[in-house]
Design a protein around this ligand. Structure first.
Ligand code: AMP
Length: 112
């Protein structure tokens, strides 16, 4: 079981900013910017590699949530970045699909 599943099950605490039947959003414990939120599906999917066409609605839902959360935490206008790290080269450290919403400062590009 991953740490994110334990957060979903409320076995360990998290600073939750949004929750519905499909997804959960909470603040990253090691923020890389003034605003750093993680959006995860409640369904256990280990990475973006494992999604199927059955997950279309869920994936769309996660993007809509990102847009709504960005508005709610006031980073929409200045801008922000969505990141889904996948497997080793992507730097994925928790094997439960998650999308980073990062903002609140100027972000550099390209990534290192
Ligand atoms: P990734 O490296 O893309 O797999 O991202 C995993 C993220 O989860 C990292 O940014 C961690 O800081 C974050 N993280 C790990 N454990 C927790 C936790 N208990 N609560 C909130 N964020 C966490």
């Amino acid at each position: 079981m991953t740490i994110f599943k334990k957060i979903i099950d409320k076995e360990i605490p998290a600073d939750i900013v949004y929750e519905d039947d499909i997804c959960l959003a909470f603040r990253d414990i090691t923020p890389q910017a003034p605003q750093h939120i993680l959006i995860i599906p409640k369904k256990e999917i280990s990475s973006l590699n494992k999604v199927t066409s059955e997950d279309k609605e869920l994936l769309g839902h996660m993007l809509l949530m990102a847009s709504e959360i960005a508005k709610k935490i006031n980073i929409s206008e200045d801008g922000y970045r969505l990141v889904i790290n996948t497997n080793s080269h992507g730097g994925q450290s928790v094997n439960h699909l998650h999308m980073h919403v990062i903002g609140g400062r100027q972000l550099s590009w390209p990534p290192g």
